[in-house]
Design a binder for this molecule. Structure first.
Ligand SMILES: [Zn+2]
Length: 68
């Protein structure tokens, strides 16, 4: 039986399943249902929801480094 994404049901390779599953063997995302950025955030253990970065004063931090 070919492994499947537990989120969308798409077939994935055994290597992908083993590498991307969590400790319970659940695969939360695959290339069919996530973006690379989402998968990277999931691996890092942070929220995959989009969040605007702000400094301690609440000012938006430019993700391109601004004018500095
Ligand atoms: Zn999927």
């Amino acid at each position: 039986m070919s492994p499947q994404c537990d989120n969308c049901g798409a077939h994935v390779s055994p290597v992908f399943k083993r590498a991307r599953s969590d400790n319970d063997g659940v695969l939360h995302g695959c290339p069919e249902c996530t973006s690379p950025a989402t998968r990277a955030r999931d691996c890092a253990g942070v929220s995959s929801a989009y969040q605007q970065r702000t400094d301690p004063d609440g000012q938006t931090i430019a993700t391109d480094g601004g004018d500095v």
